[in-house]
Every structure is written in C-alpha cells, then in structure tokens.
Design a protein around this ligand. Structure first.
Ligand code: EPZ
Length: 428
C-alpha cells in the first residue's frame, strides 16, 4: 500500500486549480440510468470513486469512456438492475443507482453498503421514501430488492437530512406518476446541480437548494449534458494547505458561494482571503487563532471539512472546540494527529483542541478520505518527515493532491512502504 512522504515547513506559493466535485459527479453518473442515449459529463475528476462508479454502470450494461475529464456514458445497452456487493462495499455512493433503476425499470437489487470508518451510514431514509412511492422493498441475503410496476408521486418527510437520500429520491421521482414532495431535503450544491442537470434533460424539479423539493413526474428524459461543478471540499482543503504553511496561494475555480461557512471560519482563524479573478487568494497567518465550530447540513459548516480544519487548529494560539453533529465516529484522525504532537481531547461528539506551537513529523495512518487529507495538511506544517500511510483513502476523493501540493512548492512524494528508497515519483 502506497504512502506519502512529506518534509514539512515549506510555505506554499503559487496558483492551483480545483477539480470537478466528486460528490456532484457520482450522482450525475447514476442519473444517466434514467435516460436511453449518449450522455456527456465534463470536468469529471479522475478519482477512484469515479472509476468504481464507471464499473458499476458497465456492470448494468452501459458503455463508459473517460478521457481528460470528459465522461461519455452510452445507456443503450442497459440490461441488468443489480449493483454487486464487491462494488458497493468499496463505495457507498453506489446506492445512488437504486432510485434511477426503480424509477425507470421498476426493479433494483443493490447490496446493502454496510457501515464505514466514520459511522453506521444507514440507508433507511432512502428505503422509506421508495416505499412511500409504492415500491416493495425487501432485504434479502445482504441485498435491498426494490420493485414497483410504476412509482407514484408521494409526500416524503425525511427524519434526518440526507444528501444521497435526497438525490436518490429525486431520481426515483422524475419518472414517477404524479408529484413528489421531499421535505427536510438536503440543500448541498451537489443536490442543486443534479436537479439543474435533470431539468435540462426534461425533468420538472422545483425548490432544489431549499428544504422542500417538488418533483412532477414526466414520461421520459433526454440524455444528460453537463459540466460538473468545482469541488468545494477540495477547494477548502487547498485553502487550508496555504493557511497551515503560512503560505500565499491563489486557488482557482472555487465558487465562494459554495463554501461560505468554511470561508467565514478561516477568516475567524486569522486567515486572509481575497476574491480575485476566477478564484481566491489565501494568505496564512503567522499563527492561526483558535475558533469553535459545529458541523451542520449545508449551508452550515460541512462535516467533510472538519478533519482538515482540525489540523489547522492543532497549531492555533488557544483552545478550540469542535462538534461533529453529522457522523458518530468522525474523529479517527485525532489519534493520528496526536502522534504528530497535537493535543486533542475527545468527549463524545466534541473535540477540544489545545493549540501547540509546533508539530513534529512521524509515520501516521489514514483511516478514511478526509482523515487522510487532514494528516497531509498536518504533515505540510510538521517539522521533519511525515509518512502518511494507506493513501488509497486519499485517492478516492482527491485528484492528484500530492502533485497539486508539489506544484505549490511542497516537499511531498509517493513511495511504497516496502522500498522507500528515496525514489522520487515522477509526476503522472
Ligand atoms: C454524503 O454522504 C457525502 N457523500 C458525504 O461525503 C458527506 O459527508 C455526507 O453526505 C454529509 O454531508 C456523497 O455525497 C457521495 P448523509 P451521505 O446521508 O449521503 C444519517 C466525503 O467525504 N442517515 O447525508 O451518505 C447518516 O448516518 C463523503 O466525500 C440516516 O440515518 O450522508 C448521517 O449521520 C463522506 N439514514 C447523516 O444522516 C439514512 O437513510 C447524514 O448522512 C441516510 C443517512
């Protein structure tokens, strides 16, 4: 398993571009199941999760091509409705094929995703919504089997705000008979883009981005054509990379309106942010200020930025309090940050971070996608060498993060643990 070797202490300088959003691309890829034809998605990031989604579409009978950010999906040959366990267990977002398959073909057999490092990750809200729309849902041998002659519009009140639950039921509703109302819907920019792209293909969705979404079923959709929005979580991670190294960087392509809560917290921590043509200039302070933050559904502070922000706060002047309201086990990175000298106390869903003047490099282990990003950020600032192991987690959600950071002057390279012979990895 590969690792990243970092020599900390370099102030990052230069310009870096944000890639397309993983969490927008994945639902859009599954949305191609809703229409027969040749679909085209641009600005799709080159990620392990995108490859997994492409394999899933191919297992359902689609033909998929990916070249320099353009994903072409042909759904003329769809012939199966089953998402196998070996794909679903590597990527929970595979569950996003459930809504389109039942909505278009009246049948879906999807392996239950199971839990992951950050929590139980149930899909009860997805299933409750499908049942409300008339689907028969059974759990058998680790699979969800959902069937319906034709889904019908329904009023669905989510018990919790769920991003993929909202996306799945939007996709189930676009071809249903009648009108569906989703209340307490997720408001993420990725949900908004999914609705916009489906509407451009003939769907009738109103209210995306708000708490109540109305979907009027239509007879059919045209193939998708879209350009995936920039990844707001990658953008936030790159801003933090400049901040934690006291650097000065221009992050290009980010949409400030997609990460207002993160920008507010960065300013509160003393990070200088200045909108520039096509992006944001970020300057890191000599030492960040301690801040308190609580993760919330969008437009609140995103849970996907909690681990990365914690890395910055480990070096803050003062004590910070973080509260993780979305997932029940999203502090695995704290134990690894402590190996770098951080002082963190976990009390249930709260983490108390007592800022220290410096971190010192050490081998650390990534446990999940955003935890791995947090450890990379800490390694950029820690004195000496940090080795972040199991970076396959990182490659699921960041397109060439090590190359992007190297382009900003970071001393970072990939190596295999077995033969870390100081070989520098040629940039791919
Ligand atoms: C999406 O996951 C994102 N993934 C996650 O990003 C993100 O952390 C999460 O939303 C929250 O913002 C994608 O979009 C592919 P949820 P999702 O359903 O939809 C509970 C990353 O790092 N819940 O919004 O799976 C659940 O347990 C990933 O890029 C139920 O109880 O998350 C959690 O506590 C990680 N029942 C809360 O809701 C359900 O049926 C939010 O989960 C569904 C969810």
């Amino acid at each position: 398993m590969q690792q990243l070797i970092l020599e900390g202490g370099v102030a990052l300088r230069g310009r870096v571009a944000v890639s397309g959003a993983k969490n927008a691309a994945l639902p859009l890829m599954m949305a191609t199941l809703l229409a027969e034809g040749d679909h085209q998605l641009d600005n799709v990031p080159d990620l392990a999760d995108v490859s997994t989604s492409a394999r899933l579409l191919e297992s359902l009978g689609a033909a998929v091509q990916y070249r320099r950010g353009r994903l072409e999906v042909s759904t003329h040959g769809l012939c199966r409705c089953e998402a196998p366990y070996d794909l679903v267990r590597t990527m929970r977002a595979s569950v996003l094929c459930l809504g389109p398959l039942v909505g278009r073909f009246g049948l879906a057999r999807v392996a239950l995703p199971g839990g992951c490092a950050i929590g139980a990750r149930p899909i009860d809200q997805h299933l409750k919504g499908l049942e409300r729309m008339g689907a028969r849902v059974e759990l058998r041998h680790g699979y969800v089997e959902a069937s319906a002659r034709q889904l019908r519009g329904a009023e669905i009140d989510f018990d919790v705000v769920t991003v993929t639950g909202t996306e799945n039921l939007i996709m189930a509703a676009v071809l249903a008979r009648g009108t569906t109302v989703l209340r307490r819907a997720a408001r993420e920019p990725e949900v908004v883009q999914l609705a916009e792209v489906l509407n451009a293909s003939g769907a009738r969705i109103e209210g995306a981005g708000g708490e109540e979404i109305r979907v009027e079923g239509v007879a059919g959709l045209a193939p998708l054509r879209c350009r995936v929005i920039p990844d707001r979580i990658e953008a936030g991670t790159l801003l933090l990379a400049a901040a934690i190294t006291r650097g000065e960087v221009i992050v290009e392509g980010l949409v400030p309106g997609h990460l207002v809560a993160v920008l507010d917290k960065l300013r509160e921590a003393g990070v200088s942010l200045e909108p520039v043509e096509g992006g944001m200039r970020v300057r890191g302070p000599e030492r960040p200020r301690a801040v308190d933050l609580e993760t919330q559904p969008h437009p609140g502070f995103p849970t996907d930025m909690q681990a990365q922000f914690m890395a910055l706060l480990c070096l803050a002047d003062g004590t910070s309090s973080l509260c993780e309201h979305i997932f029940e086990n999203r502090y695995m990175h704290a134990l690894e940050l402590e190996r770098l000298g951080a002082r963190i106390r976990i009390e249930g869903s709260r983490a108390i971070v007592s800022g220290v003047p410096r971190l010192s490099g050490a081998p650390v282990m990534a446990t999940d996608l955003r935890a791995s990003a947090s450890l990379v950020l800490a390694g950029l600032a820690a004195e000496g060498c940090t080795a972040v192991q199991r970076i396959y987690h990182l490659d699921r959600g960041y397109q060439g993060l090590d190359q992007k950071l190297r382009g900003l002057g970071a001393c970072i390279r990939r190596a295999s643990p077995a033969c870390d012979d100081q070989r520098t990895v040629r940039a791919a």
